[in-house]
Every structure is written in C-alpha cells, then in structure tokens.
Design a protein around this ligand. Sequence first.
Ligand code: SF4
Ligand code: SF4
Length: 309
Amino acid sequence: MKTSKVRFLLLRRCVQLLIIVCFVLGNCSIATFKNIQNKEEKLILGGDISSLMGDSSSVIAKQNSGFSFIAQGNLSYAEWFGGAIKLADPLSALQIFLAGGGLALDVWLGVMLVVVLYGVFLGRAFCSFVCPINLITDFASFLRTKLKLNNSPYKLTLPRSTRFVILSLTLVLSALFGVAAFELISPIAMFHRGIVFGMGFGVFAIMAVFLFDLFILKHGFCGHICPLGALYSLIGRFSLLRVSHKVAHCTKCMQCVRICPEPEVLKGIGKEDGAFKTMTCLRCGRCIEACDDNALTFSLINFTHKERK
Ligand code: SF4
Ligand code: SF4
C-alpha cells in the first residue's frame, strides 16, 4: 500500500499517540519512601505529598517527575509546557457550570482557546486527531468491514441527530441534578484517565463502545451518540479547514462516500465544485486518501467562492 493512501491515518495516529505519551510522561510522579521517625519528616510533610500510605512508620512522598513540564492533567483540563498553554474541554466546563460549580479563570481561558482553535480553524478535528476513543471506534469499523458485518440484514437505525438530543439532555440533566452528567459515564474520560492513571471499571465502558460499533451500529458511538462530538460539530460549524471538491476530476466512483464516517457530508459529491459545508466532518482525510482521481483536497475555505450547500 502506498504511503500516500494512509498519510492522514498515519498523521492522526501519530498525533493521538503523541498526546497520550505526553500525558503519561507528564503525569508521572516520583515516589520516595521515608521513615516517619527520620528528621526529614517535616520536610516531607511540608513538601508536595499527595498521598500518605503504609504503616505508621513510613510515608510515601509523591513528587512530579521532570516530564511534568510537558503536560499535566487530562483531557478535561490540561496545562501544557509548564502552564504556558491551558486547554479545557468545553463540554466538561459547560456541565460543571450548569451544575452550579465554580470554574477558575484558567479553565475559562482554556475553554476559549479550544473554541477558537476548533471554531476558527480545525472544525471537528478533535474527534479524529485527539480523542482516544477514535482508536477504538476506528478499530471496530475496520473489523466490521473485514467481517462483512455491514451487509448484515439485522440493522439498527438511529438518526444521526440523536447525538444533539443527547447533548441537550446532558446539559439539562447537569443543571437539574447538579452533577456533570456525561462525565459520570463518559468512555472518553474513562479511557484517557485509564491510559494515563491506570484502568479500572472504565474498561467495561470502552468494551461497550467497541461492541456497539462492531455488532450493532456502523459508526454507532461517534456518529450517533457522543455529545462531545456533537458539541465539536457545532463549535466547528464555520471553521476554515474544509474538504474541497473538484468536480471535473470526479469519476463518481463513490469510494469517498463509502469510507466516510459521516457520509452525509459528501452528499453533493460529483455535482459541484467547492468546499463542503462540514458541520459533522471530522477532517479525518479518509475521503481524500480513498480518492484515486485527485478530486478531493483539504483547503482553507475561500470566501470569494460560493460554499457548497
Ligand atoms: S464523537 Fe466523541 S468519542 Fe467519538 S471521537 Fe468525537 S469526541 Fe471522541
Ligand atoms: S468528508 Fe472526508 S474528512 Fe470529512 S469525515 Fe468524511 S472522510 Fe473524513
């Protein structure tokens, strides 16, 4: 297989894995055992101790490792490069706000930076380049195709707009019950924290997403259920990065539509030149890789040309 046919896949995997590695290293701690009768006791208790363990004669002092400069936190709120860049998940922040929780100024600034980044430039690229669940759902999609499960006569149908209903429900429930509703069950948070801090019962939520996508509904979780993907779709509705179409090159083979996880984005394929209106497009580049006729590219929207409807 030519590298050009998987160039965006490789780029996406590199970015996803790099982010995970940065979080794992950044959240590493150095644990030091000290004896409580030791004269160093006061120093330890006055230092950066986040856990006390062991019997009455010993403590564990936990300190950040040298890698903590790179990234600290998780996908809900993270400080990068010693706190120079702060990024916060807009859905987590919105739920906490509606639940009546106070948000620090740093969190609001982190939300604003994320909204500007994806809202102005990258659209819903969080889903294909950052979210760790994308690794699971892509694998389920790959297996589904290999096992020919897409041809099964038993199909669940669910409108793609369900995710926007779930997003609204998430916000309403957060406000009504005073808890960040989706955070309680979010497989994204469970998977990310599981990789970085150690996996617990979250593994069942991740398995559920995998099995749902594999056996029940094609692109089930990300394409129909996930409220975070829905929110990024709304945030990125007018973003500049688009998939653009050259109709003169198109042979209408529909390879791009078959591979696209959000095929309605490409519904105008073969009809008109220009950038697609791309609220739900993940900017994954799969359609561009699949096209053998050079009829699709990424482009920054050109406001002098009419946007496709
Ligand atoms: S739709 Fe949700 S789970 Fe899927 S990639 Fe996007 S944020 Fe992650
Ligand atoms: S249109 Fe292309 S870039 Fe957008 S989701 Fe579909 S395959 Fe990915």
